[in-house]
Design a protein around this ligand. Sequence first.
Ligand code: NZQ
Ligand code: ZN
Length: 388
Amino acid sequence: MLGNFCYSNPTKLYFGENSLNFLIDELKSYGNNVQLIYGGGSIKKSGLYDEIINILKQCGKTIIEDGGVMPNPTVEKLYEGCKIAKENKVDLLLAVGGGSVCDYAKAVSVSTWCDEDPWDKYYLRMEDVDNKIIPVGCILTMVGTGSEMNGGAVITNHSQKLKIGHVFGENVFPKFSILNPKFTYTLPKYQMVSGIYDIMNHITEQYFSGDDDNTSDYISEGLMKSLINSSRIAIKEPENYEARSNIMWIATWALNTLIAKGKSTDWMVHMIGQSIGAYTDATHGMTLSAISMAYYRKICPYGLQKFKRFAINVWNVSPNGKSDEQIAAEGLNCMEKWMKEIGLVMNISDLGVTDDMIECIAKGSFILNGGYKVLTKDEIVEILKESM
Ligand code: NZQ
Ligand code: ZN
């Protein structure tokens, strides 16, 4: 393990099919005014909304409704949420949904009592929070982002054609998160597989960096093997509790800061994927799957030993009689085959990207230097063209 680090994660998790029961206990720790944040209506259809309203009423809370959070939440919606929270002097932001709803709640949490424009302060200038933070609790219904146990809050600004994530510190992590795998049963297949690939890519973004012998990489390999196994089961049997619960748990550990410890981490697939999202508003996990093969094949020669290890340890590629390059390429072929098998989008043209957008998407991709190769803008253009 290289580097010096501190590890601490303040989010309390309640996991399993009875986990919603713990909401009553948690609510006791907060004031009366609860802003109930949710998306476009899936929780009303599933009946979860009614269950939560009943619990809130039973606990004597004043419920302030804030529905309609869209996938890839916008800066305009953020301003609206802050206004609601401020006017109602909200004590707790209760997010019920997926990454978009949880991210939005965190963004409202740091922005409501901020004197400046939160987009400029947190997203363009990347400054830290220095004002009052409203606590957030999450009840997760879509699995993938890890937002339930991290400080990430991604916001899209369509007029500026930017989608940016601010990773806030521990003070912004959800205070608690409730994870019931059964709440994910109603997800459409497209969302489920998009989430599965988001998880996979969170792991590879951290795994494909560094060349030291690092415990984080061994944990990552275990998580990836479990994900591949459970994804295949969940595709065939969406209501297989064992598979859905494994996927939910892997998602949390893939991006709750643990496997980044001692690693420089890459994140270039996410940087390019977010820029694609800013131009197309496409589903997050699909923006990652659609560029991944072109990206990983491009950087493979620069991190050959790790790609070889990935092939052998994650995809069970036999190394006998093969060159390192052949082994690494076989591993990537196995990943591509799995991606197609579970039904991911493999081309950005299928997400609405047109030739004239490519230069702009490349320009909007932040270039990071933690992976095996620092890309140039021209290389990002090449990756995008290869992904069409
Ligand atoms: O809005 P509703 O009606 O609830 O429908 C949602 C939405 O349309 C639906 N859905 C959620 N749970 C459901 C369900 N439908 C039926 N049954 C259920 N149980 O799924 C759709 C997508 O939801 P969304 O929250 O947008 O998906 P996801 O969890 O993938 O979140 C995506 C957002 O998170 C950001 C992404 O950039 C994107 O903005 N990310 C956040 C990260 C973080 N906090 O660390 C990291 C990630 O890399 C990612 O960037
Ligand atoms: Zn992601």
